[in-house]
Design a protein around this ligand. Structure first.
Ligand code: ZN
Ligand code: ZN
Length: 210
């Protein structure tokens, strides 16, 4: 698995210091469980207790300290017990699913979803998009963080495969299209309702809470 789209630095810092709303924290935790690079960054930030909150502090960390930190990470304690990764679903997702497989609801066009949580801090959902199918084009009022768990999708920002994260915000309008082959299964967190351009998805929005 080659991950090319990672968690942006500011989100990783907010995650490591426990300041990320729950839906986003789950997406970051799931990516971190699949990505050695982001895991090392998150653990390093966590270990120094937030001392790396800005770039200057990061630069100030001497080479020796960095080497000791990295060595310590090799001996990190095993993860806390709880639901383990199952199939394509990383442990943080299985935790939210309470160890059960997803309960899909049809959205139309073969697209399915399961809402995992939805409250004032945002929503977290699993999405299932058949090969070659497009999610209706939409913009964003806030932040949308999408992690690919199976298959792939492409949009104006590039191609996203398993482990890749797309971070979409106010300025991005996109129409993700699932790649050929396996259905695309994604974990997506949003902090505000999406803005759909077509009338029908807009009408469905209150019903499906997408
Ligand atoms: Zn990463
Ligand atoms: Zn989007």
């Amino acid at each position: 698995m080659t991950i090319t789209h990672h968690i942006p630095d500011d989100l990783l810092r907010a995650y490591a210091s426990g300041n990320l709303p729950e839906p986003f924290a789950v997406v970051v935790a799931a990516h971190v469980s699949l990505c050695d690079e982001c895991r090392a960054m998150a653990e390093a930030q966590d270990m120094v207790g937030g001392a790396l909150l800005d770039r200057q502090a990061e630069v100030a960390l001497s080479q020796g300290a960095r080497a000791r930190l990295m060595a310590a990470l090799d001996h990190a304690p095993p993860p806390a017990p709880g639901p383990r990764a199952s199939g394509i679903f990383p442990a943080p997702v299985m935790q939210v699913l309470d160890g059960h497989p997803p309960q899909w609801r049809m959205l139309g066009g073969g697209i399915r979803q399961q809402i995992l949580s939805a409250d004032r801090t945002g929503s977290l959902r699993l999405l299932y998009i058949p090969p070659g199918r497009a999610v209706p084009e939409h913009g964003h009022r806030g932040l949308e963080l999408t992690l690919v768990l199976q298959g792939s999708f492409s949009d104006s920002e590039g191609r996203f495969g398993r482990g890749d994260v797309e971070c979409a915000h106010d300025e991005i309008d996109h129409q993700p299209i699932a790649g050929q082959g396996e259905p695309c299964i994604c974990l997506a967190a949003t902090d505000a309702p999406l803005r759909f351009h077509a009338m029908i998805p807009r009408l469905l929005q209150p019903i499906f809470r997408i």
